[in-house]
Each structure stands twice: as C-alpha cells, then as structure tokens.
Design a binder for this molecule. Structure first.
Ligand SMILES: Nc1ncnc2c1ncn2[C@@H]1O[C@H](COP(=O)(O)OP(=O)(O)OP(=O)(O)O)[C@@H](O)[C@H]1O
Ligand SMILES: Nc1nc2c(ncn2[C@@H]2O[C@H](COP(=O)(O)O)[C@@H](O)[C@H]2O)c(=O)[nH]1
Length: 219
C-alpha cells in the first residue's frame, strides 16, 4: 500500500493511501510539507482567523507573506503584513519569474501575488505554508499539478454580515467596498472548488475547525 509522509508536530508520520491525502505533496524537494490555500470574500475574516490559527494550532504552520501594490493601511508593516511594492517593482518581479501566482484583485488596479521564495523557504523548513489568496489565484494553484493543497473557503455567513464586517473594519472607502462586495458575489460561486468550507460565524470555532481538519491529514 502506498504510504505518504507528512510533517506534523515536527515529526514524520505516515498515512495510508485511500485517506484524504492520496498524492504526494507538490514540492519534489521536500516530501514532508505541503501548501494550505485559504480563500473567501474580502471581509469574511480570513486574516483574523489565520492570525489566531498560527498562535493556537500546534502544527508547524507558516504564512506566506504576499506582495501587493496596494498602499499599506495604518499599522501594516512591510514584510510582515505584505511586501509592499510599487507597480514597476511588481512588474519586474513578474518578469523575473518570482511569483508562483499573481492577480489583479477587485479590478481597481492593485496587484497581489505569492512569491515563490516565501513558499520554498517555508517548505524547506518542513512547515505547512499557508497562502491567503483570492479565488483566481487559488484556481491557478489548483491547476498546477505540482501542488496538492489542502484548501479552505471561508464564508462570512451571509452577504449582509459580510458588508457589516467590511464597513466596521473601516479600511476601505465606498468605491472600494462596492468593488469588494461585487467580487465577493462572484467568488462565492467557486466555494465548491475547495476541499473544505468553513462558515466563520465564530472565530473560536473556525480556528478550532481548521486546526482539527489539518490534523486529520496527519493521522
Ligand atoms: N467570526 C467573526 N464574527 C464577527 N466579526 C468578524 C469575524 N471574523 C472576522 N471578523 C471581523 O470582520 C472584519 C474583517 O475581517 P478580516 O480583516 O480578517 O477579513 P479578511 O477576510 O481577511 O479580509 P480581506 O480579504 O479584505 O483581507 C474585521 O473587522 C474582523 O474583526
Ligand atoms: N491572488 C492573490 N490574492 C491575494 C494575495 N494576497 C492577498 N490576496 C487577496 O487579496 C484580497 C485583499 O486583501 P487586502 O489585504 O487588500 O484586504 C484578499 O481577499 C486576499 O484573498 C496573493 O498573493 N495572491
């Protein structure tokens, strides 16, 4: 019977084929780590849940810090929340082949992308690397047969609650809120492309659910 090794709690464990993970993880240089893709509409609570997941889930997790051309929000730190690049630098990095995927998200001229270096560094250290990316970016990763990510779609509950969360966050003006809600309606239609769907009604429950699901890939 084929065995696949994955990294949990810093040690190697095996799972039988026939369980959830049937294909070896994508990175041929490190067969014990894998990608986790998290998407969901802007304002659903992805960042809030992930911040807590990283603190509270006892698995070797690492966030991939994306690059973006959008300006930093107050309190956001370059290299921690995002790698903030100007458009010329972003383009240069596209041409250099530095991105695993990149997209213009929300149609307002701002680009977001996953740097290959973020992924390879995490995988090299035996970590599950988490990509918090939009649906278009996620579909590109799903199509690339080198990756076999564990994927989660985070739902806000309903669209009214999503709008409430976006407005209460207070980080976007009206034009941007409208663009994000429009994109959200489109993105919701793709939730069944993900292995797992999480209804983020309670941050506590979402964190616990995601951690438990990830652990199932270890046992
Ligand atoms: N389960 C929840 N219940 C109520 N409010 C929540 C919940 N989860 C997150 N929030 C709040 O909703 C707002 C949006 O959350 P967050 O910034 O994490 O969303 P996001 O999905 O990461 O958005 P974006 O894609 O724009 O980065 C924040 O003010 C956050 O505190
Ligand atoms: N395709 C990608 N999408 C990304 C990446 N990093 C973030 N995102 C998505 O952008 C939105 C907006 O984020 P915000 O910080 O401006 O509120 C968010 O919903 C992410 O899903 C990326 O590297 N690639």
């Amino acid at each position: 019977m084929t065995q696949t090794e994955i990294m949990c709690h810093g040690e190697r464990q095996s799972i039988e084929s026939g369980k959830r993970q049937q294909r070896p993880p994508g990175n041929p240089t490190d067969p014990v780590a894998r990608l986790v893709v998290i998407s969901g509409p802007s304002g659903a609570g992805k960042s809030t849940v992930l911040r807590r997941l990283l603190r509270e889930c006892d698995l070797p997790l690492a966030m991939s810090v994306s690059a973006t051309t959008r300006p930093p929000r107050p309190g956001e730190v370059n290299g921690v929340d995002y790698h903030f690049l100007d458009r010329d630098e972003f383009r240069r990095r596209i041409d250099a082949g530095d991105f695993l995927e990149w997209k213009e998200v929300f149609g307002l001229g701002h680009y977001y992308g996953t740097l290959r270096s973020e992924v390879t560094t995490g995988l090299k250290h035996g970590r599950w690397v988490i990509l918090e990316i939009d649906v278009q970016g996620a579909l590109a990763v799903f199509q690339d047969s080198r990756w076999d990510p564990v994927s989660f779609f985070i739902h806000p509950g309903d669209m009214n609650e999503l709008e409430r969360r976006l407005r209460s966050r207070g980080t976007e003006d009206e034009t941007k809120i409208v663009a994000r809600l429009k994109t959200a309606a489109r993105e919701m239609k793709f939730s069944d492309h993900y292995r797992h769907e999480i209804i983020n009604e309670s941050v506590d429950h979402s964190v616990q659910e995601i951690c438990e699901i990830l652990k199932e890939y270890c046992s």
